[in-house]
Structure formats: C-alpha cells, structure tokens
Design a protein. Structure first.
Length: 220
C-alpha cells in the first residue's frame, strides 16, 4: 500500500510529514492496521516485531485525531527514559503540535498539560493524574499503550490494567492503540479492549538463530 493511497483520508499537515519520511509505502503491519480501521477510530492491538513500524501506526491515529479536533492523545510508555526519548523525537518531527512530557512528581496534577495536544507519560504518572481528577481528561480521544506486554508483569502490570479499565469507563468513545512485540496472548487482550488484532512477523532485518561452538556458527 503506497502512502499516496491515504492522502485524502488524513489532514494535509500529517500527510506532508509522512511524505517526507524515507519510505513511500507502508510496512506490512501499518497496511494491516489501516485496513482494520486505524483511520476509522477502531481500537487496535498491534503485535509485531521490534522495528516493524508500530510507532507510526500509533502516530497516524493520534495526530489525525488531534488535527481533526477529536481530542488529545496520550502516549503511555513503561519507562521515564523511553518517555523522554519519545518526547525529543516527536517534538522534532511534529513542530505543529503542542507536545508535553509528564513523568515527574506523582503529587502534582501538572496543570500545564491542559494546553497540550499530545502528552507522553508513564502508566504510573497517568494513573496519578486521573486520581487528581484533572479536568481535561474528557478531552482525551486517543490512548496509545506502548510495550503492552508489561500488563503481565507482576510489579507493574496491575497499574496498567487498572489504568486501562478506568479509562474505558471514563472515556466512552476513545480510540485505544496497544503496541507490543512480545505479548503472549494478543487475542485475549484484543477481546478485552474490544479491539481489532493486527499480527505480522515482518521485520526489517532477518532474525536468525545459531549455536556457537569452536569458533563456528551453526545456523538452525
């Protein structure tokens, strides 16, 4: 699927950024996501290998919804370092958006977030913001959960699960995009989120397995 095929389905600002990337057609998981309703407000669980293009799946929906006036986007990541990395990357690539980073004091409601379109945060911090009853929560439309497989983590998983449960109750018409490279039960997660499931094994660099013995590699 070529990028030009969705030119009339997304805002011109988003298409301009997309057309300047170093690819002219979508990767397999991106094409599958579009065909399963990514641009039509469908919830999606995207389970594909690392570097297969999952981030752009999330960005297409998030930025499209922001520019069309549907509401804010919240991008949830598991680590503060990853949140900071995404913040720098997105600020550079999308200067027309008001992007904010919220990973600090759990006792603060970070009132400045009300004036931003795209909020990057951790699950623990976003849980804190909800418990502070931030007034702008009902303006959130797109929720992206990166590294969703951590929902199975004994220490951090419960917070993410409760967070998603609360968001689905508080935001009746939001779009949820869950991303993971390693989740073991994607179908179950998709059913829980009322989401379409996107599974693909394509990766930019072929993954090979081998054993190393006596200075020799023997590939499986």
């Amino acid at each position: 699927m070529k990028i030009t095929s969705i030119k009339n389905k997304i805002p011109s600002k988003l298409y301009d950024v997309l057309s300047k990337q170093d690819f002219n057609k979508f990767r397999p998981c991106q094409e599958k996501a579009i065909k399963k309703g990514l641009l039509d407000d469908k919830n999606l669980v995207v389970c594909t290998p690392t570097a297969s293009g999952k981030t752009w799946v999330a960005l297409l929906a998030s930025i499209k919804n922001i520019l069309e006036g549907k509401g804010k986007a919240v991008y949830i990541v598991p680590l503060k370092a990853l949140a900071s990395e995404k913040y720098k990357e997105f600020k550079k690539d999308f200067p027309f958006l008001k992007i904010a980073l919220s990973i600090g004091d759990f006792d603060s409601s970070d009132p400045y977030l009300a004036d931003h379109d795209f909020i990057i945060t951790t699950s623990e911090k976003f849980d804190s913001l909800i418990r502070h009853k931030v007034y702008w929560l009902n303006k959130v439309y797109t929720i992206v959960v990166d590294e969703t497989h951590l929902i199975n983590d004994p220490s951090r998983g419960p917070t993410l699960e409760i967070l998603l449960t609360m968001l689905r109750q508080l935001l009746n018409n939001c779009q949820i995009i869950a991303l993971s490279a390693t989740i073991g039960n994607p179908g179950t997660l998709a059913d829980w989120l009322d989401a379409e499931l996107v599974i693909d094994m394509w990766r930019p660099v072929e993954l090979k397995q081998a054993t190393y013995f006596n200075n020799q590699l023997e590939y499986f």
